[in-house]
Design a protein around this ligand. Structure first.
Ligand code: ATP
Ligand code: MG
Length: 482
């Protein structure tokens, strides 16, 4: 069944059952009160009939005589109200009004109750003599006592039940009309309420449909502060995170594609060189005196290929956390001086000076080989991109670890180039580096290595002025030890 009809049914069932319960209680209540009023007025009639028509002895309050003719005045009134009565005295006399009325016999059991002072309220069927109709009567018997507490007389007053029934029927009729009107209002109200609810759900459904079609930009308007409103808010959060993961998947895919293209490109250059030389050798196209140089070139290109493969594997291993770090406290100055010495020859070729500018007490908590790898790569870049300049290595202990700075006054980079420096195969000026046979993997490896140490790395650079790499290594903690 459609949600709309389910909602409508639910509203209607609730409304109707509420109305029904209220209606039944109301009818019961009015019936009770109509009867209560009836018995009350019958009792008052009995009292006034007793007072007006029964003459009592002064002292004993025994019945002296019954004078119905006194009642002539109110006869008309009683007739209008369809009331009849009977006065029973203890000597067995009964006086009835109207006279044609056959007064019902009082049973023995009833007499016993009356003698105890109980007023009897009965409903009895009486057959009218004139048209032989049987009608239901409400009949009340009230006992009266003398001063000694003996029963002296009983007055029974009755009237047809139809009077009461007419009253109740009137109430029921009114109630039925109200009921009908209420049902009409309930149907209209539940129709609009259901439609409103279903429309709100429909909006979420349409949005969900768009998401399944790949549109992650859908956004539901923040609705009311209820469950559907919360659902809309959750839906928005869900699509936002779906969009994020979708974007991330696209980014990853783009990177994978770029990586494949770059890796293929990087490998093609040395492979083409090697292949060219091999063909030259095969067809004896290389002069004897150049052969040695050609073999050297092939060696260089093969080494470059091996380095490329190794660097790639290294990067993947670091990135997927497959390397284990063997960390200790390392004296930074000693390590920096060792690297400066190793790279001294290369620096001299570029006419560069490497300076180590720090105290003897600067300590770094790191894996020695990996720290060397990091510093080596950065300093090597410094030399590579600086001519007739200097590369300065600074370090200092700070409260939460160690800060290291490596600055050069070389060609520097633009903001755009700085942004991409950690990307694999990124070379800011590929034409210049191509000749030097670099692969563009150094900085991406450095970046990953610093991260597995729990550290940070930043670059500040401006073209023609120089570049500064700022590194931070956290100090030893229990957690990092593990
Ligand atoms: N100190 C620097 N000054 C100017 N540019 C730099 C500096 N360091 C890095 N770069 C730029 O960032 C690019 C990426 O550096 P990275 O070390 O990753 O690659 P590479 O040095 O070209 O190759 P590899 O280090 O893999 O042999 C460099 O090609 C260069 O353009
Ligand atoms: Mg490099």
């Amino acid at each position: 069944m459609k949600l709309f009809f389910q909602q409508m049914m639910a509203f209607l069932i609730v409304t109707l059952s509420t109305l029904l319960i209220i209606g039944l209680v109301f009818i019961q209540f009015t019936t009770d009160s109509v009867y209560r009023n009836k018995w009350h007025s019958l009792q008052e009639y009995a009292d006034s009939i007793f007072q007006q028509s029964v003459v009592l002895e002064n002292e004993s309050a025994d019945v002296k005589e019954v004078q119905v003719n006194q009642l002539q005045g109110i006869e008309k009134l009683l007739e209008n109200q369809h009331i009849h009565f009977t006065i029973y005295t203890m000597d067995g006399n009964t006086v009835s009004y109207p006279t044609r009325n056959t007064s019902p016999k009082i049973s023995k059991k009833q007499w016993e109750s009356l003698q105890k002072g109980e007023t009897l309220k009965l409903r009895s069927n009486v057959t009218l003599q004139d048209n032989k109709r049987s009608i239901t009567m409400t009949e009340m018997y009230k006992p009266y006592f003398n001063r000694e507490g003996e029963l002296v007389c009983v007055v029974s007053v009755g009237s047809p039940l139809s009077n009461v029934q007419a009253d109740i029927q009137k109430v029921q009729k009114n109630l039925l009309m109200t009921f009908g009107f209420a049902i009409f209002v309930a149907i209209i109200a539940s129709y609009f309420l259901s439609r409103y609810l279903v429309q709100r759900i429909q909006k979420i459904r349409e949005a969900a449909h768009k998401v399944t079609e790949g549109d992650f930009n859908v956004k539901l308007a923040p609705g009311r502060n209820d469950e559907i409103g919360e659902l809309s808010a959750d839906f928005n959060i869900m699509t936002a995170s779906l969009k994020e993961s979708n974007d991330e998947i696209k980014r990853q895919e783009e990177r994978r594609r770029a990586f494949m293209a770059d890796a293929a490109h990087e490998m093609r250059t040395p492979l083409t060189t090697i292949n060219g030389i091999l063909e030259g050798l095969e067809y004896d196209a290389i002069p004897e005196e150049d052969k040695e140089e050609s073999v050297h070139l092939m060696q260089r290109e093969t080494k470059r290929l091996i380095r490329l493969v190794n660097d790639n594997l290294d990067f993947e291993r670091i990135r997927t956390n497959k390397i284990s770090l063997n960390r200790h406290q390392i004296n930074l100055k000693q390590v920096a001086q060792r690297i400066a010495k190793q790279l001294g020859k290369k620096a001299r070729l570029e006419n560069d000076v490497i300076k180590v500018d720090m105290g003897n007490d600067v300590m770094v908590y790191a894996d020695t080989d990996r720290l060397v790898q990091i510093l080596f790569n950065i300093i090597q870049n410094g030399i590579q991109f600086t001519q007739n300049g200097h590369i300065v290595i600074r370090g200092q202990n700070v409260s939460d670890g160690t800060d290291i700075q490596i600055s050069d006054n070389g060609i520097g980079m633009t903001a755009d180039q700085v942004k991409n420096i950690w990307e694999r195969y990124y070379k800011a000026d590929s034409s210049r580096i191509q000749t030097k046979g670099e692969s563009g993997l150094g900085m991406s490896i450095v970046h990953e290595l610093v991260q597995v140490h729990g550290g940070k790395i930043d670059v500040v650079s401006s073209p023609e002025k120089g570049t500064t790499f700022k590194l931070h290594f956290p100090k030893q903690t229990k957690k990092l030890d593990g």
